[in-house]
Ligand binder design. Structure first.
Ligand code: PFF
Length: 471
């Protein structure tokens, strides 16, 4: 085992790395959350703000995370710690974020898995009952938990096999499959009469719906969808070979993620408008409105529905694998654990959190903290607070605490590559991102109803910071 540890694992091929990193980025964030956020925030006005966040903030931070990971050859906590012990807390915050996201993400993954089966067992036969069926399903005590468990098991089996043999191999098959499945759904949707209204909605902005909270939602979503602000891309970058071109890989991953988000919109909105369904159904959009679309399609409906939920499950799986890997890599790097026990232990703790989340839809719906149940608690804490601040911390760390020449050497592979935008990137990281996130966070806190939760999240970060050297 010692020998295994001395030799850090690496991605086998560039394609494999790209599929794994894009697999981490493309997930429920693209297919489940992006469409409903778009629906709730005024269609393409939201999309435009989101694209600006992705291009300016997201892409720069992705380059920074890959760079820090490859430079240190360590996962999030070790990467920060090896440079400056006062910053260990920022890595630990990432591990904590991974736990919290994995406290609700696999619940939705489980729903998706269940809906593949439900697609052919009568769900679509009674379109008017689809909403009630979803409500009854997620609030039941046992059934959704069993699916979550099954979903978690898929993650464990893959991650326990390792970086190249597990994560890379699975992603290389799953991601191209996801792409093909989405294309099928899009073609079907666009062929329906009345589909153009959906396109107008997606591509014609309504600025009246935009507020501070919209910008916070767009920024939070850009971090969430690109798997940034919690050390995931630091971890994936730490397995990157020294001759890989970091900026060009980052551009590819960001482009693929954005492409899939738009594809998910195209897969849903045209068909939704064609059948006169409302786009602002919130988190239930994918599980209530989308099956209703398929119910309207007649004989081909169940097949389309299986394809859709298979795509959703695949997207979720390649992302949750990366979240599990963030914690597993930490345990391997910093706690000298072997991969298999680390994977099982981590997944076990995550399953406990998921149980709380799943039950918060039913049996535990009365139990709230800061006015929200466990599911929303984990979601808001990460998406609205930890990821943005995690991204800001990373930018401050890279911009102000790492040597500029070290960064230049790492990004240009010791001068063998040219990166003409280095100065632009460096200034965005050093000045623009810290200030921008600070402003957006303050605006968001003013607009957001769960103020107590915000303060709780900030208090957690302050405590971690105070004890950074002991972590
Ligand atoms: N990017 C994933 C999605 O869009 O669903 C979610 C995610 C994965 C967030 C990994 C953070 C992360 F580290």
């Amino acid at each position: 085992m010692q020998g295994e540890k001395a030799q850090r694992e690496h991605w086998g091929t560039r394609f494999g790395f790209l599929m794994a990193a894009a697999g981490s980025a493309v997930g429920l964030g693209n297919i489940w959350r992006f469409p409903y956020l778009t629906g709730e925030n005024g269609g393409s006005a939201f999309i435009i703000i989101y694209l600006i966040c992705i291009l300016v903030v997201g892409l720069s931070i992705m380059v920074a995370e890959f760079t820090v990971g490859r430079r240190t050859s360590l996962a999030a906590v070790g990467a920060y710690k090896s440079q400056n012990r006062n910053w260990t807390f920022a890595g630990v915050l990432g591990v904590l974020s991974a736990f919290f996201i994995m406290g609700f993400y696999p619940v939705v993954g489980g729903w998706s898995l269940a809906y593949m089966l439900k697609s052919v067992t009568g769900l679509l036969a009674a379109p008017e009952a689809i909403g009630d069926v979803f409500g009854a399903f997620i609030s039941a005590p046992i059934e959704p938990l069993v699916w979550t468990l099954l979903y978690m098991l898929l993650n464990v089996v893959i991650v326990a096999r390792g970086v190249s043999a597990g994560i890379e191999k699975a992603s290389s098959v799953l991601m191209p499959t996801l792409f093909v499945l989405l294309v099928i759904i899009i073609f079907k949707g666009l062929s329906l009469a009345g589909a153009t209204a959906g396109l107008t909605y997606l591509f014609k902005p309504d600025w009246s719906q935009v507020s501070g909270a919209t910008v916070l939602a767009a920024l939070g979503q850009s971090f969430f969808t690109l798997s940034l602000g919690m050390g995931c891309m630091i971890t994936y970058g730490s397995y990157l070979k020294k001759d890989e071109n970091i900026p060009s890989n980052a551009v590819t991953v960001v482009s693929l993620d954005t492409l899939v988000a738009i594809m998910a919109g195209l897969a849903m909105f045209p068909a939704m408008f064609a059948f006169g369904l409302e786009p602002d159904a919130g988190p239930g959009l994918v599980f209530v409105v989308v099956p209703a679309i398929f119910a309207h399609m007649g004989a081909i409906g169940p097949l389309m529905s299986i394809i859709f939920f298979a795509a959703l499950t695949i997207a979720a799986l390649t992302s949750s694998m990366s979240l599990l890997e963030v914690v597993v890599a930490y345990l391997i790097d910093e706690r000298n654990m072997d991969r298999k026990p680390a994977t099982w232990l981590t997944a076990g703790v995550m399953t406990v959190l998921c149980t709380l989340s799943s039950l918060s839809m039913g049996a535990l719906s009365g139990v709230t903290l800061f006015g929200v149940g466990f599911f929303d608690l984990f979601d808001i804490l990460t998406d609205k607070i930890f990821l943005g601040i995690g991204g800001m911390l990373l930018a401050i760390f890279v911009g102000w605490f790492m040597k500029k020449e070290d960064l230049r050497n790492e990004i240009t592979n010791d001068g063998t590559l040219t990166f003409g935008l280095f100065e632009v990137w460096y200034n965005i990281i050093k000045y623009v991102i810290p200030v921008a996130i600070f402003i957006v966070a303050v605006m968001g806190i003013i607009d957001i109803p769960q103020r107590g939760l915000m303060l709780f999240g900030l208090a957690i970060i302050a405590v971690l910071m105070a004890f950074s050297k002991k972590l």
